[in-house]
Write a protein that binds this ligand. Sequence first.
Ligand SMILES: Nc1ncnc2c1ncn2[C@@H]1O[C@H](COP(=O)(O)OP(=O)(O)OP(=O)(O)O)[C@@H](O)[C@H]1O
Ligand SMILES: [Mg+2]
Length: 509
Amino acid sequence: MRDEESRFESRYRLLRDAMSEGFCVVEVLFDADGKPQDGILREVNRAYELQTGRVQAVGRRISELAPDLQDAWIQAFGGVARTGQPARFEQRAATAGKWYEVHAFRWGESQQGLVGVLFNDITQRKLDELMAQSVLDYAIVLLDPAGHVRSWNAGAQRIKGYTPEEIVGRSSSVFYLPEDAAAGRPARVLALAAESGRYEEEGWRVRRDGSRFWASVSVAPLHDSDGRLQGFVKVTRDLSERKSADDGLRAEVHERMRAQEQLHALNERLEAEVAARTADLTRANTDLLETRERLRELSARLIRAHEQERGRIARDFHDGTGQFLALLRMRLADLSRDVGEARVQPSTELVKQVIDHTRRLGLILRPIALDDLGLEAALESMVEQQAALTGWSATYDGALGERRFADEVETACFRIAQEALTNAARYADASEVRVSLAIGGEELVLQVADNGRGFDVEHYQTPEERATHFGLVSMEERAGLVGARLSIDSAPGRGTRVTAHFPLEARPG
Ligand SMILES: Nc1ncnc2c1ncn2[C@@H]1O[C@H](COP(=O)(O)OP(=O)(O)OP(=O)(O)O)[C@@H](O)[C@H]1O
Ligand SMILES: [Mg+2]
C-alpha cells in the first residue's frame, strides 16, 4: 500500500513538473468574518517558476509575491475554496507587465481552504488581439470620384453596420446626417480633399441603424500617373468608442512604449557613460605612460650620474693614489740599494698588493679603459683579470677593435658582462668561461657563458627573490634602458648563458 502511494506521488510530481502551464496550490486565509484575506503558496511546479521568474515561492504569501494581484485573485480563490465552484478568468499582473489566463479549482477537502491554480502567460495573445482590434478601430472606405463606395473593410462594417454587399456602389452621403446631405456637404468634403490633397474633420455621422456617432474623418484623393482623379480614400474613426475601448490594454501598449523609450534613453545614457569612462581611462593610461616614461628617464639619469661619479673616483685612484703608489715602489727600490733587498722586500710586497688592490677597485668602479680605449679593450682586460683571480680558462671573442658605440650602450654592455662574470665567479664553479662580443645585423650581441652548475632561472623571477638578489634585476634594467633584449639560459647542471642584444640604431633611453 505504501509503495503504491509513493509510486503515485512520484508520478504526480513528474506530471506536474512536465506541464507547460504554471501550477500552484494556494491556501486561502480567511479573516474572522470569513472574508478571504491572503493566500499562502503551498506547492508550485517548474512552469510556475519559469513563467513568474520566482523561485522558492513555497511558503510565501500572495500579498508579498504579487501585491497588485492580491485583491482580484484572493477574492476569486476565496470563492473557489468556499463554494467548490471552479473559476476561469484573465487577469493582468501590472508589476510583471503580463497577462495571465487563470483556472482555479478546489484542491483537497473543502475545510482545508486549498485552491489549485493553473495559469498561462497570454501576454502575446492579448497584444495580438489589440493589434487586430486597432485595425477594426478604423473604417477604411474607397470611393470613386463621384463619391460611391468601391470597397469596404471589416472596421467599416463594424463601425457603420453595413456589409460590403449592402453598401458597395451606394453614395457616401448615406453616412451623413440627412440635413448635412441635403446641404451638399458630402460633395463639398470631396471637393475640398481633391483641391488641397487632404481633408480632415470631426463631425456627426450616421450608422446603418440610423444612430449617430461622433467621427474623426480624413479624406485623401487618389490620382493616376497622369494626375487624373481616380477616387478617394476615406478613413473614419468612431470617437465615441474611444473611452469604451479596453483601457487596460491601451495602458499596456502605452506602458510598453514608455518602457521602450526609457530603455532607449537608458541606453543612450549608458553609451555616454561608457564613452566618458573610456576617455577617463585613456587619460589615466596616458598619465601612467607619462609617469613611467619619466621614471625611466630618471632612472637613466641616475645611472648616468652614478657612472660618472664612479668614473671620477676611478680616475682619481688611477691618477692620484696609483701614481703615489708607483712612486712609493720606486722609492723602496732605491732604499733597497742602501739598506739591502732583504730589509725592504716585505714592504715592496705589501706595496705591490696595495697597487693590485687599487687597480681592481678602480676596475670595479669603472674601468678607465672603457672610457679611454673602448668596450672591447675594457671587456678583454676584465675577462683576463677574472681568469687570473678564479683560475678558470677564459676566452674572449671579439673583432670590433676600437669601434665605439653610444656611451650608454657601452656602459650597459660592460656592466651586464661584469655582473654575469661576477655571478659565474661566485656561484658557477666553472672550469671554462667564454665571453663574446659581435655585431649581428643591426645589433651588438654580448654573450657570457660558463660551463658551471647552472641554476633555476624561474626561481629568481619571484618578487621576493628579486627583492634580495639585485644582479639579474639590474642586468634587465640596464638592458631595458638602452632598448636591449636580455636572455638568461640556465638550468641546474647545464651551465649558464647570458645574452644581450643591443640595437645599434640608438633608441632614446
Ligand atoms: N652563472 C651562474 N651560475 C650559477 N648560479 C647563478 C649564476 N648566476 C646567478 N646564479 C644564481 O642566481 C642567483 C641570483 O643572482 P643575482 O645576481 O640576481 O643575485 P646575487 O648574485 O645572489 O646577489 P647580488 O647580485 O645582488 O649581489 C644567485 O644567487 C645564484 O644562485
Ligand atoms: Mg649577482
